[in-house]
Design a protein around this ligand. Sequence first.
Ligand code: FRU
Length: 469
Amino acid sequence: MNSTSSPIAPADVHRPRYHLTADATWMNDPNGLIRHDGVWHAFFQNNPEGSTWGNMSWGHAVSEDLATWTNLPVALPFSETELIFSGSVVHDAKNTSGLGATDGKGPLVAFYTSAYTPAHPTTPGIQAQSIAFSEDGGATWTYYAQNPVLTRDSENFRDPKVFFHQESSRWVMVTVEALDHSVHFHVSQDLLAWEPASVFTHPGLDGGIWECPDLLRVPTPGGGEDSWVLVVSTNPGGPAGGSGTYSLIGHFDGRRFTTEAAPQPLDLGPDCYAAVSFSGVDGDPVLLGWMNNWAYAEHTPTDPWRSSMTLPRTLQLGTAADGTLEVIQHLIVPAEIRTLDLELPTSSAVLAELDAEEPIRLRGTLSTRSAHRLFLRFGDGPQARDLILAVDPEGRISLDRSDAHREPFAPEHTRTLPYAPATDRDEISFDLVIDRSCVDLELDGGRAMISAQIFPGASTLAVFTEPAA
Ligand code: FRU
C-alpha cells in the first residue's frame, strides 16, 4: 500500500490513496497484470531514476484487495542496450515453455518489448518481443537467454499481450505495428516459437499511432458463443484529445479477430490510456488504465512521483436500446472509501462539506429533463477551484475539470466530451470517486466512463447544486 511503503507527506496533497502510484518516480502503462496465488500483481512502465519518461523498466506492486498497493523493487530493469517496454505476464501452469522446474507449479512468464537502444551491437532501434520468467511468484525474474522470441525487424512492433485460447489449445500473442495502425496476432504451443496468424486494422481508428492492444473474452448477453472485445489505445486521437483507449466488439476464432462494429471510446475522459486486463481472472475481465495523457503527462504537478493508474474496473457486454451490443464497465471501488448517496435537486442546494484530503464516493442520479450542475468546490474564496458534473439543455452530461487545478498545467487539454444517453430516459445514474488528484466517473449504469486528473490542492470540498449557468 502506498501509505505503508511510503507514508503520505503532508505536502504531498495530490497523492491518491487508492490509485496505484510509484513511490517517488515516473510511471506509465500498466504491464504484466496478473492475479496469481490470490495476489494481484501490477507491473508498470517505470523510470527508476527519474520523474519523466526514460530508462524504461518494469516497476512492480502487489495488492490483496485491488484497493491498497505495496510497491516492490523494480522487476525488469533496463540496460544500456535495451529498454523494457510494455507487455504482459501469464502463468505457464503446465510448463509448456520448459522454463520452469519439471516438478514445480509452472513459471510466470513475462512478455515485454525489447526496445534496443542505439548502443545495441546488432539491432539498434529495433523493437522485438522478449521473455523473462519467474519461479517464485513474481518476486525475482530471469531474462531468457535466447531473446528476442519474436521479431519483425521493425522499429515500432510492440506491447505483447499473451493469453491461452482454450478451443485451439494455443497461446495467442496480440501486438501492434504502431505506425501502421495494425494489430498482429501470433500463435504458439510453447510460448517460445511464434507463428503469424493474422493482422487486423480498422479505418475508424486512424487518429494516431496504435499501442497496447488487448483481446478480452466476454460472455454474449443472452448466451451463445462468447464475444471478444479488442482494446486498442491511440496517441493522439483519444476521445478527449491527446491519447485515449478504444474498444471494438467482435469475434475471434483463435487466429483472426473480425468485427462489424465501430470503435467506441473505452473512456470518454482525458486520462485513461493503455488500459489492459489482468490475466488469471475467472469471470468478468478486470482492467487498469494509466491515468494520464501523453499530451501533458510529464508536466503534471506531482514531482517526484508522477502518474497513477485508474481505479480497476470490470467489463461486460450489454444490449443497447437499438439491439446492438455495448460495453458496460463498473468501477471496483475500495470498500474503505466513504460513500455519500445524494438526492440532487435541480435548484441551488448545499449537499455536503467535506475534507478534500479524504477519498470520497458520491452516488446519485441526474435528471436529463432540466439543465443543472453538481459542483465540487475545492477550497474557498479566490483560491476556490471547481469540478463540475453538468447536464446541458439537451440532457447531455459532462464532467468539466477546466477549473479544477491550482495552476493550469495543460491549458490546451481541458476539453471534456459530453456523454449523450442513447435513450430518452429521464434519469441517469452516476458513481463518482474523488481520491485527491484522481477522479473516476461511472455514468449510466456503466455505459460510459470518464477518468480525469485534477490538481486543486485544497483541504476542503463543498458539494452543492446550481441550476444551469
Ligand atoms: C504506450 C507506450 C507503449 C510502449 C511504452 C513505452 O504508452 O508508448 O507503446 O511500450 O509506452 O514506455
